[in-house]
Design a protein around this ligand. Structure first.
Ligand code: SF4
Ligand code: FES
Length: 247
C-alpha cells in the first residue's frame, strides 16, 4: 500500500512547528501504524535526515504511551483501540494521513509527535494511591467483602491507561475523564474510602494547577477513550468532591 503522510515536525518545545509531507510505499496492510512510522524512520535515517520522534513502549495497548492524533482523531479511526493497535488495513490505498501530537497547553510538545504528559504523574502523586501499612500486620484481602457490582465498576475505572486521548479530544482540554477514573477506582472500594475526601480534593486541585480546562459535558472524551472509560466516573467524582467539600 502507498500513502501520503503529513506529519507535524517541531525540533523543540519553543520552536515553531510545521506539517511536512512524506510519501510512503510498500506498506503492508498487516503493519501496525507505529511499524509504518518505523519504516519511514528507517528511510529518513538512510537518507541522513532526522527521524520522526514519537512516544511508544508496550505496543500492546497497555502502557498508554502512544499518543497520536491521526486524521483529526485521537488514536485514529476505530473505537477502543490505541495507536499501537491500529493497523494499516483500516486505511485505503493512496490515503493522505495527517499525524499530529496531542494538542493541549498542559501537554507541551517536546519534539515532533512527543508531548510532555508528566502533568498526569503529578495528579497521581497528589492522591492516586492508597496508603498501605507494610508492617506485615495487615488483614487478609479476602476478609474485606466487596459487592460484585462495585468490584466490577472499580475494575473498569482502573483500566484507564493514562494515555491522555481524553484531554487531546476535549475542546476544553479537560482531564476530568482521566482524573475521575483514578478517583473512582479507589472511591468504589472500602480500602479507598479511608482517604477518599482528601484524595479527591488534592487530585482536583492538582488538575486545576496543571492548567487543564473545565468539563462542559460534551462526552467527546468517552467516545475517543481507548479503554472505554465512562463519563459516569465524572459524575461520581463530582459527587465525591461535593461530599468532601461539605464534610
Ligand atoms: S480516560 Fe481513557 S482517554 Fe483518558 S487517559 Fe484514561 S484511557 Fe486515556
Ligand atoms: S505503546 Fe503502549 S499502549 Fe500503545
Amino acid at each position: 500500500m502507498n500513502f501520503i503522510l503529513k506529519i507535524w515536525r517541531q525540533s523543540g518545545p519553543s520552536e515553531a512547528g510545521q506539517m511536512v509531507t512524506y510519501p510512503v510505499s510498500h506498506v503492508s496492510q498487516d503493519m501496525s501504524f507505529l511499524e509504518m512510522i518505523d519504516e519511514l524512520n528507517i528511510d529518513l535515517i538512510q537518507k541522513g535526515e532526522e527521524p520522526v520522534v514519537f512516544d511508544h513502549d508496550c505496543r500492546e495497548g497497555i502502557c498508554g504511551m502512544c499518543s497520536l492524533f491521526i486524521n483529526g482523531e485521537a488514536h485514529g479511526p476505530g473505537r477502543a483501540v490505541t495507536t499501537c493497535q491500529l493497523h494499516m488495513r483500516e486505511f485505503k490505498e493512496g490515503d493522505v494521513i495527517t499525524i499530529e501530537p496531542w494538542r493541549a497547553e498542559a501537554f507541551p510538545v517536546i519534539k515532533d509527535l512527543m508531548v510532555d504528559r508528566t502533568a498526569f504523574d503529578r495528579i497521581i502523586q497528589a492522591g492516586g494511591y492508597v496508603s498501605v501499612n507494610t508492617s506485615g500486620n495487615i488483614p487478609d484481602a479476602n476478609a474485606l467483602l466487596v459487592p460484585k457490582v462495585d468490584a466490577d465498576a472499580a475494575f473498569d475505572a482502573a483500566s484507564c491507561i493514562g494515555c491522555g486521548a481524553c484531554v487531546a479530544t476535549c475542546k476544553n482540554a479537560s482531564a476530568m475523564l482521566f482524573v475521575s477514573a483514578k478517583v473512582s477506582q479507589f472511591a468504589l472500594l472500602p480500602q479507598g474510602r479511608v482517604e477518599a475526601a482528601e484524595r479527591v480534593q488534592n487530585m482536583v486541585r492538582q488538575m486545576d494547577l496543571e492548567g487543564f480546562g473545565s468539563c462542559t459535558n460534551t462526552g467527546a472524551c468517552e467516545v475517543e477513550c481507548p479503554a472505554g472509560i465512562s463519563i459516569e466516573n465524572i459524575a461520581r467524582m463530582n459527587r465525591e468532591f461535593l461530599k468532601a467539600s461539605l464534610g
